[in-house]
Design a protein around this ligand. Structure first.
Ligand code: NAD
Length: 253
C-alpha cells in the first residue's frame, strides 16, 4: 500500500485539475453506516424500499419513523474524520477543486471544502411537499410524525429519494467537472448507484487518471480506475498527505 500511496501523491502533485467523487464509505469512520455492508439501521431497513419516493408518498409517517428520524439523528451527531479533513487539506493546498458527493451528511462542508456538489441533496434541511419551503433541521418539530410545514404540508428531507431525478444543476456541473478534470479521486463509493457511478467513466473517457480509495474492489476496479488503494479513507488520506506535503514544498522551491 505504501508504494500506491506514494504513487497517488506524485500523481496528485502533477495533476492540473483534481476532482473527488465521494460516497458513504468516507463517512463510515464518522459513525455513519454505508448502505452496503453491515451496520446500524440498514440491518433492519431496506434502503431500496424505505429510501424510495413511492414508499414516502404512500406512508410518510412510516418512513420518518423507520428511516429518516434515526438517520437524521446519526448525521446530526457526526463529525468530519481524517478522510474529510484530508480532502479539505488538499483544497487548501490548491490540489483539489471540487467534490462531487453522493452523501447527504454535509461533512465535507463541515471539514472546510468550499466547492461541494451535493449530488443527492442534504439531510440537514427539510422541504415542504406542498409549498417547497426549506427549513433547517433545528426549525423542524419531530415530536409528531411526519413533521409539517407552517402551511400544513408534509416535510421531507431535502435529499434525492430513489425514484427521483438528480437536481439538474448538480448533474450538469458534475458532468462538466468530470469531463474537465485530469485526475479523479473516487473515495468510499461502491460505484453502483447511477448516475453518480458514471462520473469516473466520463473522467476516464476524457483522459483523466482515476484513483480509487476503498477497502474493497468495485465495478470500476480494473476497468475504469487506474488503480485502487485498498484501505480506509482516513488512513489512506493521511498517508497521501504525508507523502504529498514534502513533494509540494520541493516544487515551490
Ligand atoms: P455504498 O453504501 O453503496 O458503499 C460504500 C462503499 O464504501 C463500499 O464500496 C465500501 O467498501 C466502502 N467503504 C466502507 N468503509 C470505508 C472506509 N472506511 N473508507 C473508504 N471506503 C469505505 O455507498 P455509495 O456508493 O455512496 O452509494 C450509496 C448511496 O447511499 C449514496 O447514494 C448515498 O446518497 C447514500 N448514503 C449516504 C450516506 C451519508 O450521507 N453518509 C450514508 C449511507 C448512504
Amino acid at each position: 500500500m505504501t508504494d500506491m500511496i506514494r504513487r497517488a501523491a506524485e500523481d496528485i502533485a502533477a495533476a492540473e485539475y483534481v476532482v473527488a467523487l465521494t460516497g458513504a464509505g468516507i463517512s463510515v469512520e464518522s459513525g455513519i453506516p454505508p448502505f452496503r455492508g453491515k451496520g446500524g439501521i440498514w440491518d433492519r431497513v431496506d434502503p431500496m424500499t424505505f429510501g424510495h419516493i413511492d414508499t414516502f408518498e404512500e406512508s410518510p409517517e412510516k418512513v420518518w419513523r423507520v428511516l429518516i428520524r434515526d438517520l437524521k439523528t446519526i448525521i446530526e451527531q457526526a463529525e468530519p474524520n481524517d478522510g474529510h479533513r484530508g480532502l479539505a487539506r488538499l483544497e487548501a493546498m490548491g490540489r483539489l477543486s471540487t467534490i462531487i458527493t453522493q452523501n447527504v451528511d454535509g461533512l465535507h462542508q463541515a471539514a472546510g471544502n468550499t466547492d461541494v456538489i451535493e449530488f443527492h441533496g442534504n439531510c440537514a434541511r427539510q422541504r415542504c411537499m406542498d409549498c417547497g419551503n426549506r427549513l433547517a433541521n433545528s426549525a423542524v418539530d419531530i415530536s409528531a410524525l411526519p413533521p409539517r410545514c407552517g402551511c400544513g404540508g408534509v416535510l421531507r428531507p431535502d435529499w434525492v429519494f430513489f425514484g427521483e431525478a438528480i437536481p439538474e444543476d448538480a448533474l450538469r456541473r458534475s458532468g462538466q467537472m468530470a469531463a474537465r478534470c485530469d485526475m479523479m479521486l473516487v473515495v468510499g463509493t461502491s460505484a453502483i448507484v447511477q448516475p453518480a457511478a458514471h462520473m469516473p467513466i466520463i473522467a476516464k473517457e476524457n483522459g483523466a487518471t482515476v484513483i480509487e480509495i476503498n477497502p474493497e474492489r468495485t465495478p470500476l476496479t480494473g476497468h475504469f480506475s487506474d488503480y485502487l488503494i485498498r484501505g480506509r479513507a482516513g488512513a489512506v488520506m493521511n498517508g497521501i498527505l504525508a507523502a504529498l506535503e514534502p513533494l509540494m514544498a520541493e516544487r515551490s522551491r
